[in-house]
Every structure is written in C-alpha cells, then in structure tokens.
Design a protein around this ligand. Structure first.
Ligand code: MN
Length: 296
C-alpha cells in the first residue's frame, strides 16, 4: 500500500543568508507550507566547520513579536543576549526559548571557541490571547532523553507517553530530536489530531511506506490522522519531528515579526523604526538591524 500524496508532502528546503557569509537551510515557511501546528519557522543551521573563510553566526540586534524562538543545539555553542538582560550560552543538548510576546530584541553569536556549529531554530506563533504577553526568556539545560528501538530520543516539546518536556508552550505541540547511530526502524505513536513535520538533519529517513527517502534537503509534512509513524532511519541519521494542532487563526509573518493582523505587524515595524521602548535594547549590541520596507 502506498502513501497517498495528500497525507505526505515532500518540500524542498531553500537557502537563506541570515547574516553576511552565513547561510542556513529553511524548511518553514515555504510556498508549499507556512506552518506545522504552531511551528511557523524552521532553520537548519549547519553542520558547518568554522574555520578559514567561514564566518561564525553573528546576528545583530533585531526585534520579535507574537512568537517564541526555540533554539536546539547539537554541536557548538551560541551566546544569546536580549533586552530582558538575559545572557545565556546554549550548549549541545540544550534549548533556549525566548517568548517575544509584545516585543523583545536579541542578538545571537556563536562562540569563537566553537569549531563546528549545528542546530536548529524554530519559531512558534503565539495564539491571539498571548500575542501581547510580556516577553520572557527560558533556558532548558536538561530535557527528557531515552533509548528506544536503537534510537536516542529527546523530547523537546510537549507530552509523549508518560514524559513531559519542560519547555513552555502556549498551544498543543510536540517536538523530538531522534538519532539512530547504527540505523533503526522506529514506530512512534502520534497524536491523531496533530499534523507533523519531519526534517532530517543528517543521514536519511524513509517514512511509512514511502519508497523514496528524505534527506536533509527535504522536509516532510504529514497530515493529521495516523496514530503511529514508522521511521526507517539509515545509520547516523538525526532528525527533528515536530507537530501540533493545525493552526486556525490568522497569522501574518513579516521579517522578524509575527502578528494576527497586518495592522499589528505594521505597528511593530513602526515602533522598531522609531526606536520605541517597546523592544528595549540589548546591552553592548554592535548594531540594530533595519527592517526591509513593508510590502503593504
Ligand atoms: Mn531572532
């Protein structure tokens, strides 16, 4: 039995230069799919050797609204600083979660001591009721980790079996990091009401009965319905699997802003350009990034 096209979508990643000389691969949003549950952005950072001409990741001061930035490190270390006076190095196996709410600014800098960098950054849209909540920052040095069917699993968000990730969510959502050092076939129970996304970070994975494997160049979207997914992971495959209830609310994404209306996003941009106290400042930031001109 083959998987129906309507239940499994294959989406090519696109390259994005997030700062001069530093390129990532973007899985969300794309023309084909803007969100998976509340997850509205997914950048795969590296793996990259930071040597010679390869610049590190240095993202200057920029604002966010109405979203959470969710950073998961696999290799290397990145310093996070924000307008709440947070200053936190994130290391492999850890999550940084910044809730922008009404407004926050931050900078992100890979450490000079990091010779390799590998991680992901996701954004999570906030529901309308939390859109203007006060900003917050959380660092999670430990997450639930366990072994199952030859895989090392880390629960990054949500609830799975009797495990609960500590990461603060405002919508029903789940996320895993799954690593199969020697290859594995993993049957993973899913919430039938969730849609899901699978992004290989290394190696390759076949999903259910789909013959063609997914590589780190491709993102898989899985429709709601199934209560289990079978992942056939080649040796040394690592992937992110995330999901959530299909998003029903309006979401506008522009530059680093999320909002529930164009008016809200336009106001955020106006406030950023005016240097409003809404976003605060990051101590010792080198430079504020300028927003591109609004298209509407
Ligand atoms: Mn950011």
């Amino acid at each position: 039995m083959s998987t129906e096209p309507s239940t499994l979508q294959r989406i090519s990643l696109r390259e994005a230069e997030i700062t001069p000389g530093f390129t990532v691969r973007r899985a969300l949003p794309t023309r084909e799919r803007r969100m998976v549950g509340p997850w509205c952005f997914l950048d795969h950072i590296g793996p990259v050797e930071l040597a010679g001409d390869q610049a590190g990741m240095h993202v200057d001061e920029h604002p966010h609204t109405c979203l959470q930035t969710f950073t998961w490190m696999i290799e290397g270390e990145v310093m996070h600083r924000d307008s709440l006076r947070s200053e936190q190095i994130i290391r492999p196996g850890q999550v940084n979660l910044m809730t922008a709410g009404h407004g926050v600014t931050h900078t992100e800098d890979s450490l000079d001591s990091s010779r390799r960098l590998h991680g992901v950054q996701l954004w999570i849209a906030l529901p309308e009721a939390q859109a203007d909540m006060p900003p917050a920052f959380h660092h999670y040095p430990e997450l639930p980790r366990w072994q199952e069917e030859g895989c090392e699993l880390t629960l990054l968000a949500g609830q799975h079996a009797r495990r609960q990730a500590p990461t603060l969510m405002h919508s029903p959502a789940i996320a895993f990091d799954i690593h199969a050092p020697a290859g594995a076939e993993l049957k993973l129970p899913l919430s039938a009401e969730f849609e899901h996304g699978v992004l290989p970070l290394t190696g390759q994975v076949r999903i259910d009965s789909e013959a063609q494997a997914f590589t780190p160049q491709e993102f898989a979207w899985l429709a709601p319905g199934p209560q289990i997914v079978t992942l056939h992971l080649a040796a040394d495959t690592r992937l992110i699997l995330m999901g959530g209830t299909p998003w029903q609310q309006n979401v506008i994404m522009w530059w680093n802003f999320v909002g529930h209306s164009r008016e809200a996003v336009k106001q955020a941009q106006t406030d950023w350009e005016a240097g409003s106290s809404r976003f605060g400042t990051v101590p010792h930031a080198r430079r504020r990034l300028a927003a591109p001109k609004l298209p509407w």
